[in-house]
Design a protein around this ligand. Structure first.
Ligand SMILES: [Zn+2]
Length: 120
């Protein structure tokens, strides 16, 4: 499996949040569900389909099983879009395609396990 590390170079190789983001991006199919953008991890973001329910914040997760479960259940309510499309969605110009929830939980869990082996 190919995990991109475009934003940072090797300096942050062991930053687990970045790894998690990278994993999430891969598990969401690697590109914006609206326009197919896939050039940079930094420009991909997660759009919560029920924003009133909860914020999806990778920045706050810790490396615990509980948080990983939370992350997975949040991810299932999200779609991945690029910053451009996200801004358009937020301002009502673009609609999220209805069939675009493509979070691959199985793939995520498997990769997570492999990565946790290295981190812990
Ligand atoms: Zn896009």
């Amino acid at each position: 499996m190919h995990i991109r590390n475009i934003c940072t170079g090797s300096k942050h190789k062991h930053n687990f949040r970045r790894m998690i983001k990278s994993l999430l991006v891969q598990s969401f199919g690697g590109k914006c569900c609206c326009c197919g953008y896939e050039k940079s991890l930094c420009s991909l973001t997660f759009h919560h389909l029920q924003p009133e329910e909860k914020e999806f914040t990778i920045g706050k997760i810790r490396l615990t099983e509980e948080d990983m479960e939370k992350l997975i259940s949040e991810a299932k309510k999200c779609v991945m879009v690029c910053n451009n499309c996200h801004a358009e969605i937020e301002s009502g110009i673009t609609k999220v395609p209805e069939d675009c929830i493509c979070f691959n939980e199985k793939k995520f869990r498997k990769s997570l396990k492999e990565i946790l082996k290295d981190v812990l």
